[in-house]
Ligand binder design. Structure first.
Ligand SMILES: N=c1c2ncn([C@@H]3O[C@H](COP(=O)(O)OP(=O)(O)OP(=O)(O)O)[C@@H](O)[C@H]3O)c2ncn1[C@@H]1O[C@H](COP(=O)(O)O)[C@@H](O)[C@H]1O
Length: 159
């Protein structure tokens, strides 16, 4: 746990699926600091600083394009509304396109998260400290019990 963060006294840290997944991935990425040139993650962590940053930008762009593909398929589907009987084949095809585009969106989103975690690791920001950043933005009603927080002096409030 980073010394910039804390869990309020008397609260238990929560357990969750996405938490376990992100923690395992962040742990793997951290361990790759010692892996050597054969590891893609090692190369991103130790090579040219621009490489992982470019990947975050590139993969974020892929997320946007994938989402636009979902939108396009949905627009085509909506255009057929009320005429599905006459264009049943087309409606099925656009529905399948939208579904495949959602799969692609999820895939690219995972690429963004992986590369983002690599960037955070490169600059020594652990997964808990990142979680604390998100937790600090939540209202007391939204935030899970025991969620880790940032100490006040590390809270940034934007420019
Ligand atoms: N989660 C990932 C992960 N996600 C994406 N990538 C890599 O990121 C790169 C993305 O490159 P590309 O731009 O070619 O993207 P693409 O996905 O092929 O296609 P597009 O995004 O262009 O559509 C590929 O080389 C992927 O293998 C990842 N590489 C590693 N991991 C995790 O990190 C661990 C350690 O990896 P290594 O260091 O390579 O052993 C792995 O076991 C995984 O758990």
């Amino acid at each position: 746990m980073s010394d910039k963060t804390y869990i309020p006294e008397g609260e238990q840290a929560p357990a969750s699926q996405i938490g376990a997944t992100l923690e395992a991935l962040a742990g793997t990425i951290h361990a790759r600091r010692e892996a050597g040139e054969g590891s893609y993650t090692f190369r991103l962590l130790t090579g040219n600083a621009d490489s992982p940053l470019k990947k975050v930008v590139e993969e974020s762009n892929e997320v946007a394009l994938a989402a636009k593909d979902v939108e396009a398929a949905k627009i085509m589907l909506a255009g057929l509304a009320g005429h599905e009987g006459s264009y049943a084949g087309m409606a099925d095809a656009f529905a399948a396109k939208a579904d495949a585009a959602c799969d692609h969106l999820r895939y690219e989103a995972a690429d963004v998260v992986y590369h983002l975690l690599v960037v955070l690791e490169r600059y020594g920001i652990g997964i808990d400290e990142f979680a604390a950043e998100l937790n600090n933005r939540m209202t007391d009603e939204e935030r899970p019990q025991g969620a880790i927080r940032l100490h006040e002096e590390h809270v940034k409030r934007g420019k």
